[in-house]
Design a protein around this ligand. Structure first.
Ligand code: SAM
Length: 327
């Protein structure tokens, strides 16, 4: 059996699994940091900025009592954000066993590496699994429907094949209630491709990151005809070192529409910061997270190289078609 690219399905399936495993192993290996180690990170301000972006998304869309699905939840870094939003129930899923273990530890409050804190006010279910392979509507039949689905810095791991990208969106669509919200962050393919076109070779980067497009996709710098499976290696100091896939946003948008998910907005992180950092409550939030220096309302505490990495990402919001009452 041949797919349109001429590769056999068998090969595609096997290598897809190998790469999904590579991603899982990479994240599983990353152990929890102490507060001191975290503060010493060369990308500490970028991490804080990303936390601020996710917090703003949560504050914009979460309502008291919401039922929340966190796809690729990692170590549960967003649990506190959901707690502040007073949600009613949380389901977190991640492919990396080590991360789900850390998430469970954090949720149970026995060894939180940032601070000892009171228990979370919502019940939670934490599952280890591949969100882009498994039919989650079956696994989560008793937990659905969800008011909000969140997929932070992870949607691009579904873009290795069309089947996985479709499974990801089918899962979100099947589990959200009509009118429910899908919030997320992922690499901004337009920025990555633009930067790759500006250089001679297949690599871009600065002191904290590098991206190397796989040799076999060299022509994709100029022809973005292939919608899935364009692989690159991503290295971000003290954070990421694994294969990732380009997500052309127009393809993401139109595929999402096939699954009744309509675009509310998409904003590059720079645009997101400029727009929401005008609002007093979000300036205050940024200050509390420690991503801003005293009195500054811009990116001044981020190094120029960290600010360049922020530019590689975008935030999106989609809404499941239909009215909350199911009409
Ligand atoms: N969402 C978390 C956050 O914002 O802190 C974690 C983000 S981390 C950059 C990416 C996460 O995606 C990792 O925890 C990784 O294990 C997870 N991931 C990658 N592929 C996945 C898959 N197929 N199914 C579930 N989780 C996946």
């Amino acid at each position: 059996k041949q797919n349109p690219e001429g590769d056999s399905h068998f090969l595609e399936d096997e290598s897809t699994k190998v790469f999904a495993r590579k991603v899982a192993d990479h994240y599983s290996r990353r152990t929890n940091q102490t507060l001191e180690e975290r503060e010493a990170s060369p990308i500490i301000h970028l991490k804080k900025l990303n936390n601020w972006i996710k917090s703003v998304l949560v504050q914009l869309y979460a309502r008291r009592g919401d039922v929340v699905l966190d796809l690729a939840c990692g170590k549960g870094g967003d649990l506190i954000k959901w707690d502040k939003a007073k949600i009613g129930y949380y389901v977190g899923i991640d492919i990396a066993e080590g991360s789900i273990e850390d998430c469970r530890t954090r949720y149970n409050g026995d060894a939180d590496h940032h601070q000892r804190r009171k228990k979370f006010s919502f019940p939670a279910r934490l599952i280890c699994g591949d969100c882009y392979e498994v039919h989650l509507d079956k696994v989560l039949a008793d937990d659905a429907p969800f008011d909000i689905c969140s997929c932070q810095f992870a949607m691009h791991y579904s873009w290795s094949t069309e089947a996985r990208a479709r499974r990801a969106l089918a899962n979100v669509s099947a589990l959200l209630r009509p009118g429910g919200t899908f919030i997320g962050t992922m690499p901004d393919a337009n920025v990555i491709i633009k930067k790759l076109r500006e250089v001679e070779g297949l690599a871009i980067g600065n002191s904290v990151y590098w991206i190397r497009l796989d040799e076999e996709f060299a022509d994709k710098k100029f022809k973005s005809s292939r919608p899935f499976g364009i692989q690159y290696k991503f290295h971000l100091e003290d954070a990421v070192d694994c294969p990732e896939w380009i997500v052309p946003f127009h393809i993401f948008k139109s595929l999402a529409e096939e699954y009744d998910l309509e675009l509310v907005f998409v904003k590059n992180s720079h645009e997101f910061v400029h727009e929401y950092l005008k609002k007093p409550e979000y300036i205050e939030l940024m200050r509390r997270l420690g991503a801003l220096g005293d009195g500054n309302q811009d990116q001044s505490t981020l190094s120029a190289d960290e600010w360049e990495v922020a530019y590689l990402y975008l935030a999106f919001v989609l809404r499941k078609r239909g009215q909350p009452d199911g009409t």
